[in-house]
Design a protein around this ligand. Sequence first.
Ligand code: URA
Length: 220
Amino acid sequence: MSQQQLPLISGGREKSSAAKASKSIVPVVFDSLEDARTAAMSCQACGLCQQRTNVVFCDGNPAAKLMIIGEGPGQQEDLTGLPFVGRAGQLLDKILESVGIDRKTQTYICNVVKCRPPGNRVPAPEEMERCRPFLEAQIDFIKPKLILLAGSTAVQGVLKVKEPISRLRGKWIDHPSGAKLMAVFHPSYLLRNDSREQGSPKWHMWRDIQEVRRALDLLD
Ligand code: URA
């Protein structure tokens, strides 16, 4: 069971002492991933709920060994309710396919925040914090063996560090869940940096995704 404190969310079951004091904190106990998803669908924990079309909870296979965590939904994701379906998502699919990883069956994909930040701005630290219980529930229930963090916002949201992605990427880190975690460049960054020369972001991504393939093969 994943037990989380989620501020300002509707539909919780009990009130904590903080909730009683402020009337704005409602704890949520997630008994299952479905429970977390249901809570997310009506979440009003931060201002991002006001302009969303859809809550973007996840895509892929809850039994996958590989979890991919991005920053937050963009326009296409907000419209469809699915993560990584716009241009960056299409590039992500190609990157995965290049090493024989099928997005739908072999990955579970989600974001640090589940609602689109207006104009695709970077989510604010408080927005990431308010959304954290959902992400933690996803990690708890999926129990991925490998986690990929796409871009520096995902690094900040999950690891709570502000390390430049160029320094962190490509290295396996032990996550408290027991998963091996690696940061990689965000596909949107790769779309803006087209070079494939040695040392370029795309060149690094190619090496990183091959390392992910290798690690997945070792699990089988
Ligand atoms: N970028 C992200 O980080 N996540 C998405 O779902 C789409 C684009």
